[in-house]
Write a protein that binds this ligand. Structure first.
Ligand code: DQQ
Length: 539
């Protein structure tokens, strides 16, 4: 197997070659799902960015088309950067995107429309001559002015969009309004802003239902909704969100008291997942979020040798948790059509220090769902108050998967070599804090590869899981394994962590999957279902 292909993914979205980043303008139109994305048609590092375009009937099998938007005019000569789609009421899609107009990265907002609405794939897009639609006024930093959202319509009949920006390190979502989608006026106040958060890239703003898991169109105006504002923070390259109230009179978004802006707040994914964008799927009445998962083999040569870089994470259905405090994300149900050989285990006991191999499936390309239970919380380790200020991933680095604990660490050892020279453990550790229990989910890449190099990025990604273990002494975990991806969903989608790892031994048929318990409390695997995953069509 050539170095080009050994870490290529099997069922994640990837073009045949070259660099990809942000998902752009995902949409459903007349029976077809569209995904555009930032793409370098000339190489496997960022640059020469165009809007690549792929279409699908099921979000799993894809047809790659010619780029839809590429720099050619004065208003986008130096780049066609990220943006979004809106389906106008007469069922006409329109794309808003950022054009770069000079070599200093000065930015404007443009639009593009399909050349031929009767082409089912909408292959050709026109950039009308009245572009750019929006240029930054004097108060706006013109090199931090990008990534327009899907538009929503207010009761007054005006369209609204937000655009990510920054003023003196205050990140903000600039609000613009328009009656005809052509003439846009900046609102006096941003929709929302927050100090010390840096530029807000790829903002996303959408309603979520308080009643059920269904998605809502961006323009939905009814009762029983909350709103979500997501920002991709330039400073640390993570996607954060808050849940709050959209005050439509003042045209402002107000995060709930317990919803924190910036790097102490909630993350869509506690691993490698950036520049995400969601869309409403009217076909299945759901909201779906796409996110970009970059490479982490950061040696300058790696991406050139491989000839490709970047994937899109598996699309996730997203909805509000009944608590109203966080989002839930779950791989779209269509992914299950790729499940092949299955193995199942029930009621298996894992005593302290025990580990066993899950055999009979392909451990390098798999979907695993497991539910663990235990009979008591008494053995949970003490949570050191000093850790309260640390990020979850730093606590994971201190405790890891091998240091014996009380209740945990227990979980999966994914992409493992036979003798465990390499593995990426995904596991829970439960701590007893002063007032409550703290549940940590880790996806620890530190032993994921034998490759010795300081420049390898092998973080001990982790996030806390907001579950009440006192009532239900159970924790579930789903992991999608795909050669160089471990994408995990803790507690039915409450905490998600995506890691990129580059094993040298645990590849293809030499990859193994284990379940382990390094805690003193006995763990019961109530059920474990695991499938080998098929390769979809992607050409
Ligand atoms: N990527 C795009 C920008 C965006 C950034 C450029 C986020 O529009 O802000 O490729 O990854």
């Amino acid at each position: 197997i050539s170095v080009k292909n050994v870490h290529r993914t099997g069922f994640h979205f990837q073009p045949p070659k070259h660099w990809i980043n942000d998902p752009n303008a995902p949409m459903y139109y007349n029976g077809v799902y569209h995904l555009f994305y930032q793409y370098n048609p000339k190489g496997s590092v960022w640059g020469n960015i165009v809007w690549a375009h792929s279409v699908s009937k099921d979000l799993i099998n894809w047809i790659h088309l010619e780029p839809a938007i590429y720099p050619s005019k004065k208003f986008d000569k130096y780049g066609a950067w990220s943006g979004s789609a809106t389906i106008l009421p007469n069922n006409k899609p329109v794309i808003l995107y950022t054009g770069v107009v000079d070599s200093h990265d000065s930015q404007v907002q443009n639009y593009a429309i399909p050349a031929n609405l009767s082409d089912p794939f909408l292959r050709k897009w026109i950039k009308p001559n009245n572009n750019p639609l929006i240029v930054p006024d004097n108060s706006i930093n013109k090199t931090e002015f990008r990534d327009p959202t899907t538009a929503w319509m207010g009761q007054d009949g005006l369209w609204r969009i937000i655009i990510g920006s920054m003023r003196k390190h205050r990140g903000m979502a600039l609000l613009y309004r328009s009656r005809d989608f052509i003439k846009w006026a900046k609102a006096q106040h941003p929709l929302h802003s927050s100090p010390h958060t840096g530029n807000w890239e790829c903002p996303d703003f959408f309603p979520v239902s308080l009643k059920n898991t269904n998605g809502l169109d961006a323009s939905y105006r009814g009762k029983n909704v909350k709103h979500v504002l997501k920002n991709s923070l330039d400073v640390n390259r993570f996607d954060y969100y808050t849940i709050g109230m959209y005050d439509t009179k003042k045209d402002r978004y107000i995060p709930d008291n317990n919803s924190i802006d910036g790097s102490k707040g909630l993350r869509l994914d506690y691993g490698n997942f950036y520049a995400s964008k969601s869309f409403y799927d009217p076909m299945k009445n759901r909201r779906i979020v796409w996110g970009w998962t970059n490479e982490s083999d950061v040696l300058p040569d790696d991406e050139i040798k491989k000839g490709w870089a970047g994937i899109q994470a598996i699309p996730r259905k997203v909805w509000l948790d009944p608590s109203g405090k966080q989002l839930i994300q779950w791989p779209i149900e269509e992914l299950e059509t790729l499940r092949k050989q299955k193995i199942q285990l029930n009621n298996k006991k894992l005593s302290k220090g025990e580990m066993f191999e899950v055999e009979g499936i392909s451990a390098s390309q798999a979907d695993i769902e497991v539910s663990f239970s235990f009979s008591s919380l008494n053995k949970a380790e003490q949570f050191d108050p000093k850790w309260a200020d640390l990020y979850a991933q730093d606590v994971c680095a201190i405790k890891g998967s091998t240091i014996q604990g009380g209740l945990g660490p227990f979980g999966l050892a994914t992409l493992a070599s036979k003798n465990l020279e390499e593995y990426t453990p995904v596991f829970f550790r439960v701590f007893k804090a002063q007032k409550n229990y703290k549940v940590l989910l880790c996806s620890d890449a530190r032993r994921s590869t034998m490759r010795q190099n300081e420049a390898m990025y092998k973080p001990s990604f982790a996030g806390y899981v907001d579950v009440d273990l006192v009532d239900m002494k159970k924790l579930s975990l789903r992991s999608l394994i795909d050669n160089s991806v471990v994408e995990s969903f803790g507690a039915d989608g409450k905490t998600c962590i995506t890691s990129r790892v580059y094993p040298t031994l645990a590849i293809h048929n030499n990859a193994h999957l284990f379940v382990f318990n390094n805690g003193s409390e006995t763990i019961i695997i109530e059920t474990l279902n695991a499938w080998s995953m098929d390769v979809p069509k992607m050409h």
